[in-house]
Write a protein that binds this ligand. Sequence first.
Ligand code: ADE
Length: 236
Amino acid sequence: MSPLRIDILTLFPEMFGPLLGTSIPKRAAQKGLVSYHLTNLRDFATDNHKSVDDRPFGGGPGMVMMCQPMFDAVEAIERLDPRPPMRILLSPQGKVFDQRLAEELATKDRLLFIAGHYEGFDQRIIDGLSPIEVSIGDYVLSGGELAAMVIIDSIVRLLPGALGAEEGAADESFADVLLEYPQYTRPREFRGMSVPDILLSGNHQAIADWRIEQRKKRTQERRPDLWQAHQREVTP
Ligand code: ADE
């Protein structure tokens, strides 16, 4: 399979260095599973001031991302590779990101993340480029960059071969909409707190059963919304 190509259009490409140069995202690129391509939107500004934003028609606070640099940049980026990307525009108005969307995006061969700053995008960017709009949660960031990084991190670790054998993505939280069971490592006792006996029993079946029970209990207590979704999945 050809590696996933991830293009990122941003005014702040330097924000991505630490993510893409560290840990799993870095290793996945070294293994040839993914490649990252950063483009600075500022390079597509055409006036003397290198403008990428302007005041909103109708008045109001803040600045709005302009059409021209955005369209020119997206078209130039897309000419760099024959595969048309899935366009993903980060916005608090978007569909809320979840593990299911991460799994879907991890199957694509090319993704283009469009991060904006300031008060928002000229609506014609959204109407004309028809990206999917994605939010990472109901709070407002100062730009789409952190949201793009969250999404990229969650996608890259799903690429086959990205995680080491001992890391495995399969039985983690949300893989089947239950939260994760509690984990322990050495020592057996720490400041009066002990590891549950069952984990030291060597009885693999009993341990597996205990873990499932813990997952259910946690999910019921902490995330009734996920528990309901799980119930619907197991008893359609
Ligand atoms: N840009 C600003 N806030 C955002 C959010 N919550 N998700 C995605 N992009 C954003």
